[in-house]
Design a protein around this ligand. Structure first.
Ligand code: ZN
Length: 120
């Protein structure tokens, strides 16, 4: 004689009010954090361009025309590597000669203070 498992078809009785009538307070979703993180790439406070710029030196407070010294960046090396890869290795020095591929460091001609870097 085999015992049959009890059927799992226990239907709710009509008229029976389940506990779901009582609506538990829904947990409030956490408020959307809308904080905008402003990251500035140029640490300088003065707007500078790729070329010599008229600014007030933050160090000696004189109206100066900045002296620009270009500096090879990782991007410059990337361009050189790229030229190597495509077989244009004779042009490898090209990015190092192009100001647009390099950072422009601005210095004060008056006190030689570093003012900022223009990243092209
Ligand atoms: Zn200065």
């Amino acid at each position: 004689m085999s015992k049959q498992p009890p059927p799992y078809s226990e239907e709710q009785q009509p008229g029976y009010t389940p506990a779901s009538y009582y609506q538990p307070p829904h947990p409030q979703p956490p408020p959307q954090q809308s904080t905008v993180i402003i990251t500035t790439t140029t640490p300088s406070l003065v707007p500078i361009g790729s070329g010599p710029t008229h600014i007030t030196c933050p160090s000696c407070h004189a109206q100066v025309l900045t002296t620009v010294k270009t500096e090879a960046t990782s991007r410059t090396h990337c361009w050189a590597l790229l030229l190597c890869l495509v077989g244009l290795w004779p042009c490898v020095c090209l990015p190092y000669c192009m100001d647009s591929c390099q950072n422009s460091n601005h210095y004060c001609p008056n006190c030689n203070a570093y003012i900022g870097t223009y990243q092209s």
